[in-house]
Ligand binder design. Structure first.
Ligand code: AMP
Length: 249
């Protein structure tokens, strides 16, 4: 069984991002970039399925500029067998990525596509769902447990009221939630091994996909600054202020 794992290169989750002074976006010059954390969980899950003997090949895919090769090498150091870079300098929005992935699904015919539930840069939470719709595949989003048996996959999902378990027929699309697993540390020997693994590059045109953005960002702004706090002498004053000034109780 082949598993396709899309991995996005995003600003590292530890970086405190700054909005550009002209309000056109976030400043990503000279900031640390890493694999989207939910995608690390997706690669880890695929590797665990391979270790259990369920999967035979894991293909990591990243769409973006040449630097996404680093993200693919990380995926291969975790355990992906090969990588595909869909290279473009165009700004990629979820629909464009979903179309690129659909073309790769047709080409590679994976039984499972495991994506992150969302990319932590744009917080779109759309690509997996759009891919499932475009490729006409069953989908299970926000997975916290994945079990494959024969031609079915059972997925436990985190929903508002608790946990929901659904059964999908393969091939299928899954998106990962935080509690699915804890990704392993990447070891130096595995980083060295990953350098030798196959990494192919294709262009969106090769896949017949027009990736032009369909959405226009009008403005990006910082959240309003928090005002300074105050100290109150006693509980009675606190309750009075919460009631009459903040009007929250
Ligand atoms: P999003 O819909 O943008 O929140 O992204 C959801 C998931 O889609 C991510 O966790 C990745 O698995 C995948 N994805 C989004 N953008 C890309 C990209 N440029 N390259 C590879 N995978 C991506």
């Amino acid at each position: 069984m082949k598993i396709l794992v899309p991995v996005k290169r995003v600003v590292d989750y530890n970086v405190k991002v700054r909005v550009k002074s002209d309000g056109t976006g976030v400043d990503i010059a000279n900031v640390k970039m890493s694999m989207n954390p939910f995608d690390e969980i997706a690669v880890e899950e695929a590797v665990r399925l391979k270790e259990k003997g369920v999967a035979t090949e894991i293909i990591a895919v990243s769409c973006g500029d040449a630097k996404c090769q680093e993200t693919l090498r990380t995926a291969m150091a975790i355990g992906a067998d090969r990588g595909i870079l869909v290279e473009t300098t165009e700004e990629l929005q979820p629909l464009a990525v979903a179309k690129l992935l659909k073309a790769l699904v047709e080409k590679e015919q994976p039984q499972l596509v495991i994506l992150g539930k969302q990319a932590i840069d744009d917080d779109a939470n759309q690509t997996g769902q759009m891919l499932a719709a475009l490729a006409d595949l069953p989908q299970a989003t926000f997975a916290s447990k994945v079990e494959v048996s024969a031609d079915k996959v059972s997925v436990t999902r985190e929903v508002d009221g608790g946990l929901e378990t659904i059964s999908l027929s393969l091939p299928a699309v899954i998106t990962t939630d935080l509690r699915l697993n804890e990704p392993r540390y990447v070891t130096l020997p595995n980083i060295m091994k990953a350098k030798k693994k196959q990494l192919d590059t294709v262009k969106p045109e090769d896949l017949g996909v027009d990736v032009k953005p369909r959405l226009k960002t009008l403005k990006v702004s910082e959240p309003p600054k928090r005002g300074a706090g105050i100290k109150v002498p006693d509980v009675a004053t606190l309750v009075d202020k919460l009631k009459n000034e903040a009007k929250v109780i």
